[in-house]
Design a protein around this ligand. Structure first.
Ligand code: SIN
Length: 496
């Protein structure tokens, strides 16, 4: 699959030289850049938006980490595996749960202020699927914003990091013989040559019409990596967040954090009755809402947070009030929206992909950590755990080689049409079947087609992947991942 034309002329300026080029300035990218720079590396950080306007900035969840006195990394791993429905790669889960507490402490040292209780201990929140309180927040539901803002401030002061803002990666530069990644070409023709390239470009949930994500979450990194020969996996596993606002102009798809249900908010059907365990794993809650809405012929259920202290979630409350909805006195109309892609660029436990010199971290990567259904707030922790690992691993790559040949032509990555986004919602949404997925396989957008082929290959229902024509989980597929290489059909593989 190639990114679409037209090619931009190459910038006549010489390539910027770096040890590590990081693409994407969300939590994972910022942290990888800082980690490498603090080891003495020259880092170029390519950001499509001005710093602190990335997808992580929107994150309302926190960092899941076994920090409570009653908690352990093993308990955290067990909850991760239970939520992931038999598809979590245990080695990846072990890395996360063991290293997440350190990530929280490291962020504190970098100046992030997490919420504390009256005794001065970290205030740990409860979210769906967690058996313990283990989610650290900063500013309640403003965690992403606080963390990204602070790390951005640290990065701009870091002499080892050169930040290219408003720069979009348009192709990866690979060597003809080995297929090694040696840098990046930007849409405007600028080139960066680097020993290691780290993709931290976020997810693809905005490929679906109804989404909690910013409009740029289109799987750009996945398409760049695939065009450079990297394997992708698990694209059928896409998480739908249960409680996104619906029917409120200006706030369509706005996420109302699960942490609010963790504090006791309830979900009510059209008769005003509870119908689901609000803190069950996300796939269960999203499905229950989806079915209830269909059964009752409405388009939403209600979230009742009228008895929750608004001071705990100031940015949610003010964002809703700005659009005429007062959560202290009114019920909130909510329905599932596409939120997080568990699949992505196949990555090992240091973020290394199947292309030498190329790393992937955060939501753009698929280590198998999330299985078929990500446990709430594991993703922000993953950004920092894997950002650190990839930032260090990249330094082990060989020095810049002479005579690499020229960089590839720059091109503009294909954006999905409105029809593609609608088709993703209709045919690869909360429920799918062979007939719809077969139609989606003909979509003009390459990533839409790959989602369809992975979802067709998995003839079972598991976690967020609900095939109405294969409603049961197939135990023979436990631990199996649908891997896409080149233009080949997906192959189901077991990962250790
Ligand atoms: C939420 O706060 O409900 C979303 C956080 C996450 O996606 O983990």
């Amino acid at each position: 699959m190639a990114p679409s034309a037209p090619a931009a002329p190459l910038d006549p300026r010489p390539a910027l030289l770096a040890d590590v080029c990081v693409v994407g300035a969300g939590g994972a990218g910022l942290y990888a850049a800082l980690t490498a720079a603090r080891e003495g590396a020259r880092v170029v950080l390519v950001s499509a938006t001005p710093l602190a306007e990335t997808s992580s900035y929107w994150a309302q969840g926190g960092l899941a980490a076994a920090l409570g006195a009653d908690d352990t990394p093993d308990l955290h791993r067990r909850d991760t595996e239970t939520a992931g429905r038999g598809a979590v790669r245990r080695t990846a889960a072990n890395v996360l749960v063991r290293e997440a507490p350190r990530a929280v402490h490291d962020l504190q040292e970098l100046g992030v202020v997490f919420d504390h209780d009256e005794q001065g201990n970290l205030a740990l929140g409860l979210e769906g699927g967690h058996g313990k309180r283990r989610v650290a927040h900063a500013g309640g539901s403003a965690t992403g914003r606080r963390v990204v803002r602070q790390l951005s401030a640290v990065v701009v002061e870091e002499p080892g990091v050169t930040v290219l803002e408003n720069a979009r990666a348009a192709a990866l530069w690979t060597t003809p013989e080995e297929g090694r990644c040696v840098g990046v070409v930007c849409e405007d023709g600028r080139t960066i040559r680097a020993r290691a390239t780290i993709l931290a470009t976020g997810g693809a949930a905005a490929l679906w019409r109804r989404t909690t994500n910013p409009p740029g979450s289109l799987g750009i990194g996945l398409m760049l990596a695939h065009a450079a020969g990297a394997a992708l996996a698990d694209l059928e596993f896409v998480q739908f967040h249960p409680t996104a606002i619906i029917g409120v102009p200006g706030r369509e798809g706005f996420l109302v954090t699960e942490a609010i249900r963790g504090e006791g908010a309830t979900l009510l059907d059209a008769r005003g009755e509870r119908f689901v365990e609000e803190l069950a794993p996300r796939d269960e809650v999203a499905r229950a809402i989806f079915s209830k809405v269909r059964e009752q012929g409405t388009d939403h259920v209600d979230l009742d947070m009228r008895h929750i202290d608004p001071a705990l979630f100031p940015n949610v409350v003010s964002a809703l009030r700005d659009h005429g909805l007062d959560p202290v006195t009114q019920l909130l109309p909510v329905a599932p929206a596409c939120h997080y892609v568990m699949g992505g660029i196949v990555a090992d436990l240091d973020g290394g992909t199947t292309v030498p010199g190329l790393y992937a971290i955060g939501e753009s990567a698929c280590t198998g950590l999330h299985g078929a259904n990500r446990l709430a707030s594991n993703s922000l922790s993953e950004c920092f755990v894997m950002g650190r690992r990839a930032g260090l691993a990249g330094l082990e790559e060989p020095g810049l080689l002479p005579g690499l040949g020229g960089p590839p032509a720059s091109s503009t990555i294909l954006r999905p049409s409105r029809e593609t986004r609608q088709a993703m919602w209709d045919l690869a949404g909360v429920e799918r079947d062979r007939e719809g997925l077969t139609r989606l396989r003909e979509d003009p957008h390459p990533l839409a087609r790959m989602v369809a082929t992975c979802a067709l290959a998995r003839e079972e229902s598991r976690g967020a992947h609900l095939r109405t024509d294969f409603p049961a989980l197939d135990p023979a597929l436990d631990g199996m991942h649908a891997v896409v290489r080149g233009g080949e059909p997906p192959v189901l593989e077991r990962w250790r």
